[in-house]
Design a protein around this ligand. Structure first.
Ligand SMILES: Cc1ncc(COP(=O)(O)O)c(C=O)c1O
Length: 442
């Protein structure tokens, strides 16, 4: 396959080769990323890309779908079995359209919805101000407490007061176990649909490293490309509890994905690759992988805290953590993200609870262990990586982000230049390259 691309479009082939090298020689620590297997990538690059299959198995708007029907059914059956649910839709293009389809299935324009506040770790699609979910629905956000844990008293009080049609649980930057059972009780007490968005933790749920939401919620959405280690994509599942609340919920979800929603023809190459990822995730080795992700995250958090770096909620139960840099000044996230990038460690700047800076210049950094665990790294390497991160952090912690825009741009430019010449960062870059050389990507 590579040989064709190199001949047809050497420029693009060169860029793909450069990105492969970047990933091989660096530590990918954005917690929503992973390294997919060659089998998943093979399915993704298959001839199934060429087929139109609007509709669902045995109910298509196009001919020639006998094989495609089998592909999609196989992926659906695997999803149902692995997550223990009676209904699965594997067609959502990605997590955001999947979540939008859930709104379309159960809400009317103007309904009240509740989700975790964005800077408290929630996702844009759970009712954030800048997202369509807050434009079409009345969003009531809930928060984390001072200690960084979800404030379930607030969730209950807001749900009783506002009687939401739908409550989201699940997050994008939250390092603690999601209390699905308690959310379930609150939804039952107030009559809301409860949706668990397990985009981040799906692989942990399958691997037994995080409690499953299935007994407690009505609907589950997930992306397939994070801890699940599949292709970019998503799924929406309806639980037994969901069907008890509304026997038509499965059909409503399917209709909301297509034809009522934002999608046209399903990406059946992506559906096939999801099927492959689900098969991989059902193997005993995946259970080990999921457990190791969490062990690694705990080891890394411990190392970082021992080196004086503050972590929201003082640790982690899952695959990620948010470093809170506010004790050293506001808006430092961008400096650490850029300096770590120069050192070959990829992370993302992130808001922290009660953020005092803007989302463009937030005061935290989010990082996690799914991808480095895929490469086979364990606790010993986490201690090493913790040391590298702390070394780089020491180089940026004196930075001060100016308030004034022009001044800020000039300051960032200048600090970037200094960091590029920084001997410690160069030294860490070399150590990271050596470490990565011992752990090839799949
Ligand atoms: C919890 C959660 N839900 C939904 C999404 C959206 O997924 P996508 O980027 O595939 O649209 C994300 C992505 O980061 C997420 O973290």
């Amino acid at each position: 396959m590579d040989a064709f691309l190199a001949k047809t479009d050497p420029e693009m082939a060169g860029l793909i080769a450069a990105e492969t090298k970047r990933r091989q020689e660096g530590l990918e620590m954005i917690p929503s990323e992973n390294h997919t297997s060659p089998a998943v990538l093979e399915a993704l690059a298959s001839i199934l890309n060429d087929k139109y299959a609007e509709g669902y198995p045995s109910k298509r708007y196009y001919g020639g779908n006998t094989v495609i029907d089998k592909v999609e059914k196989l992926a659906i059956d695997r999803a149902k079995k692995l997550f223990g649910v009676p209904h699965a839709n594997v067609q959502p293009y990605s997590g955001s359209p999947a979540n939008f389809a859930v709104y379309l299935a159960v809400c009317e324009n103007g309904d009240v919805v509740m989700g975790q506040n964005l800077s408290d770790g929630g996702h844009l699609t759970h009712g954030a101000k800048v997202n369509a979910s807050a434009r079409f629905f009345r969003s009531v956000p809930y928060h984390v407490r001072q200690d960084g844990y979800l404030d379930m008293d607030e969730v209950r009080q807001l749900a009783k007061e506002h009687k939401p049609k739908l409550i989201w649980c699940g997050a994008t930057a939250y390092s603690r176990e999601i209390p699905f059972e308690e959310f379930g009780k609150i939804a039952d007490e107030t009559g809301a649909y409860l949706v668990a968005d397990i985009a981040h933790i799906a692989g942990l749920v399958i691997g037994g490293a995080h409690k499953s939401p299935a007994p407690f919620v009505h609907i589950i959405t997930t992306t397939t490309h994070k801890t699940l280690r599949g292709p970019r994509g998503a799924m929406i599942m309806v639980t037994e509890k969901g069907l008890q609340k509304d026997a038509e919920l499965g059909q409503k979800i399917d209709k909301a994905v297509f034809p009522a929603g934002v999608q046209g023809g399903p990406h059946e190459h992506q559906v096939a690759a999801i099927g492959v990822a689900l098969k991989e995730a059902s193997a005993p080795a995946f259970k080990e992988y999921a457990g190791q992700i969490v062990k690694n995250a705990k080891a890394l958090a411990k190392e970082l805290m021992a080196r004086g770096i503050k972590i929201v909620s003082d640790g982690t139960d899952n695959h990620l953590m948010v470093l809170d840099l506010t004790p050293h000044g506001k808006g430092l996230g961008i400096f650490l993200e850029e300096a770590l990038d120069m050192a070959g460690i990829t992370v993302n700047k992130n808001t922290v609870p009660q953020e005092s800076s803007s989302p463009f210049y937030p005061s935290g950094v989010r990082l996690g262990t799914p991808a480095i665990t895929t490469r086979g790294m364990k606790e010993e390497e986490m201690a090493q990586i913790g040391e590298y991160i702390a070394k780089v952090f020491n180089e940026i912690k004196g930075c001060k982000l100016p308030d004034e825009k022009e001044e800020r741009i000039a300051y960032l430019k200048d600090s970037r230049k200094k960091l590029e010449e920084n001997a410690t960062i160069k030294e860490v870059r070399e150590s990271v390259r050596l470490l990565c050389g011992r752990y090839p990507i799949p």
